[in-house]
Design a protein around this ligand. Structure first.
Ligand code: CAA
Length: 418
């Protein structure tokens, strides 16, 4: 497995509407500072039943192919990571294949493990290419979800929706992955789940944060052991985690990235040999360093703070936000990524940012994607949330986007905006 493999390009699709998070706080009688500085949110994407997971996934994939000039005949695999699919049997990937008229020779499937499903797909595609089985073909991995907890719940300000499509190939212009160095950690827990038939997720909010942090520790230590063996990081001068130029985390809400980074630093501080802060309290103080958070994490959160949680896509929105802001400065530098899915599973991996990252990100036009959204009132958001999921309102999709138009004989019918 000596090939250079990784993410060549990406595209983002977001719902057409959003609410301002301070409007939501005021409507709920909550101090807006709880949602802005307590959770780190600014805006939250709002979907209607016509903008389902298939519509968002197909829009992101079509955009990727169009913006980056992908030759469809080169696509050998299409994977959709989602935990908000639309059928127990028929995968979202098959809809995307049909809507985009992609080759019938492709392998298509969906991957599910809560918010980790997209990373599972990315690793399947990466290892398929790295092994040589892909025989020169590329893969598209789409992370698409709608995060929904319901009106007046503690999770309400951490909802959102959207999709990120990743082009995976032997030309990793965005990020060449350190294949095989991943660290993984899985535990059987009920922190966040959605029983079959339920539209809203159930969550044990504070427990879910603890599960995320515990799984992160296992995954990061697993990666660090291999990275030390391969000489990617070392125990000298700075801590191993500090030797990564940036770290992108799974972002269910932006403040979680700060908690995650503190935990990662605690792992290094607890395991370090030689002099260092001696007591747990002193280690906690050093781990919380705002300077480290500002330097290694903060710049990745621009998109997440304006879209909200997108489950499988949240980590990849953080990657997109980071490369949009700093693609040029980070060229040739190694970054770390932490994926977390409830239930639970965490994976820490790393990669080197490509020389063409800034050019590739410019083509993704992320500012334009966000600018085309409409801000709606809380009354309109509540009306949209109450619409039945199987009766989409008649609305013409914007050019280049897809929309569920109706469900006939239990079959979903989509239209494309021309
Ligand atoms: N001004 C500033 N800050 C304030 C404030 C104010 N007036 N009032 C409260 N805060 C702060 C609190 O101190 C707290 O900060 P810290 O965590 O740093 O202490 C923060 O705002 C949130 O306050 P609470 O903990 O009291 O908030 P809550 O109990 O109402 O709910 C939540 C928070 C548990 C995250 C909830 O939104 C939730 O359940 N969200 C969904 C679950 C989730 O996202 N879990 C994350 C891990 S699981 C995962 O990652 C998978 C996934 O995608 C779901």
């Amino acid at each position: 497995m000596k090939k250079r493999v990784g993410i060549e390009a990406l595209a983002v699709a977001v719902p057409s509407r959003y609410v301002d998070i301070e409007d939501l706080a005021r409507a709920r009688g909550v101090d807006p500072a709880k949602f802005t500085s307590g959770l780190g949110a600014r805006e939250m994407a709002v979907t209607d039943p016509g903008e389902d997971t298939v519509a968002l996934a197909a829009t992101a994939a079509a955009r990727l192919i169009q913006q980056q000039g992908v030759d469809p005949s080169r696509i050998g695999m299409l994977v959709v990571g989602t935990e908000t699919g639309i059928d127990h049997s028929k995968p979202v990937a098959s809809h995307v294949q049909g809507l985009l008229k992609l080759p019938r020779t492709m392998r298509t499937f969906d991957t599910q493990h809560a918010c980790y499903g997209g990373t599972a797909g990315l690793m399947a595609a990466t290892e398929w290419i790295a092994s040589g089985a892909g025989a020169g073909k590329v893969a598209i991995v789409i992370c698409a979800d709608i995060a929904r907890y319901g009106l007046n719940t503690a999770g309400e300000p951490t909802q959102g929706g959207g999709a990120v499509a990743l082009l995976v190939s032997e030309q990793p212009d965005l990020l060449a992955l350190d294949v095989g160095l991943n660290g993984t950690c899985t535990m059987d827990v009920y922190d966040f789940w959605r029983p079959v038939g339920r539209r809203e997720a159930l969550v044990d909010g504070h427990y879910s944060i603890n599960c995320y942090l515990e799984a992160l520790s296992g995954a990061y230590r697993g990666w660090r052991e291999k990275a030390l063996e391969h000489g990617l990081v070392r125990w000298s001068g700075t801590m191993p985690g500090e030797q990564l130029a940036r770290i992108a985390y799974h972002v269910p809400f932006c403040k979680m990235a700060r908690k995650a980074h503190t935990q990662l630093r605690l792992c290094d501080l607890e395991d370090a040999v030689g002099p260092g802060p001696g007591t747990p309290e002193a280690r906690e103080e050093v781990a919380k360093s705002s300077a480290s958070y500002d330097a290694q994490v903060a710049t990745s959160l621009g998109l997440n703070s304006r879209i909200g949680n997108v489950y499988t896509a949240s980590l990849y929105l953080a990657l997109a936000g980071l490369l949009q802001r700093e693609g040029a400065q980070l060229a040739s530098q190694r970054i770390g990524l932490l994926s977390y899915g409830s239930g639970c599973m965490a994976e820490f991996y790393s990669g080197v940012v490509g020389e063409k990252a800034a050019e590739r990100m410019a083509r993704a036009d992320l500012e334009g994607v966000l600018a085309r959204r409409e801000r709606v009132s809380i009354e309109e958001y509540e009306r949209l949330m109450k619409l039945p999921s199987d009766a989409p309102e008649a609305k013409a999709p914007a050019p280049g986007t897809f929309r569920l138009s109706e469900i006939r004989d239990h079959k979903r019918i989509y239209v494309e905006g021309g």
